[in-house]
Unconditional design. Structure first.
Length: 318
């Protein structure tokens, strides 16, 4: 079977779950154009794949190219998470309801402002799921593809930060990831103006969703704040990444964020950004270290030197 034929067959067992931002059409013409470009790019690079558009009751959806529309009625609204107004619970509701309607073997959860630039993500998915797993830390049937995230060994000490822009893998795995609770004990703080403020939890949405998934299998995982590196959190975070995720930059995944193409998670040269995210070599090191693999890694001296310079420079100016 030719590679092209194999890929065309594979595309037919993928369903794209495209999450529509709340009040999409109130955000202006540019956002509408992003959505059209996003859907068009899926049709171009994944011919034969189905598109589910997951939105909210009352949104006016016109002239968009999709196969199935889901209008969510329950809106958990925005919540405060680590001092930031977040759509975290909206994302959980939208993804969970959308995935219920996916009939294909694979699902690709994405957003209306994400544009596909290739379909090479499928090749990474197939290749990196052939590598060994450590069954103690393997919670999913297969690894899922996610964007690169903060490396807690660097400037941003944020363990368990699984970037949530996209998620590609077995449908049953994505369903499992979003089968998590949304109700948390409220935390009250005193702000700089001596006012009492309320947050749902003290860490970022990305950490909240991944930690809640992991805690279904390991109740001993404890994250008390975004930069909590106690309790062996960095090592545990990396063990679960190595055995459940394939970490790619936006360039390797074949996607761009239309709103901000050069943000750190999409930057095609991760070590040139100031966020301190994992490079692809560093991900492969995790596979060797925590999944008993022997992947050949080509060392790039420039990568290490520049990352070190940038990292130290950021520390200096802070």
């Amino acid at each position: 079977m030719s590679k092209n034929l194999y890929m065309s067959i594979f595309f037919k067992v993928i369903t794209f779950l495209v999450k529509v931002l709340k009040t999409l059409f109130k955000k202006g013409k540019k956002t509408i154009e992003y959505t059209k470009k996003s859907l068009k790019s899926i049709r171009r690079y994944f011919p034969g794949s189905k598109i589910i558009l997951s939105t909210w009751k009352g949104e006016e959806i016109k002239d968009l190219d999709y196969d199935y529309l889901i209008e969510n009625e329950y809106d958990p609204e925005q919540t405060w998470m680590n001092g930031i107004k977040s759509n975290c619970f909206r994302q959980i509701v939208s993804a969970r309801n959308g995935l219920k309607h996916v009939k294909s073997k694979y699902a690709f959860k994405t957003r209306t402002d994400i544009k596909m630039t290739s379909n090479k993500i499928v090749k990474y998915y197939i290749k990196y799921n052939k590598y060994n797993f450590d069954t103690k830390y393997k919670l999913l049937k297969n690894r899922i593809i996610t964007l690169t995230s903060y490396n807690p060994h660097r400037i941003n000490k944020l363990p368990y930060f699984r970037q949530d822009f996209i998620g590609f893998g077995l449908t049953e795995d994505l369903i499992d990831i979003f089968d998590i609770p949304m109700i948390e004990e409220k935390i009250y703080r005193i702000d700089e103006n001596n006012n009492k403020t309320c947050e749902i939890n003290p860490f970022f949405c990305e950490q909240y969703m991944w930690v809640k998934f992991l805690q279904k299998f390991n109740k001993n995982i404890l994250l008390t704040n975004p930069t909590d590196i106690s309790n062996n959190n960095i090592e545990l975070s990396e063990k679960y990444f190595a055995n459940n995720c394939i970490i790619l930059s936006g360039e390797k995944a074949g996607i761009i964020w239309l709103k901000n193409p050069y943000t750190r998670f999409f930057w095609f040269i991760p070590f040139l950004n100031t966020g301190g995210v994992y490079t692809f070599n560093e991900y492969k090191i995790l596979l060797n270290k925590y999944s008993n693999n022997k992947i050949r890694i080509i060392f790039y001296p420039l990568e290490s030197v520049l990352y070190s310079i940038i990292h130290n420079f950021i520390l200096l100016i802070k």
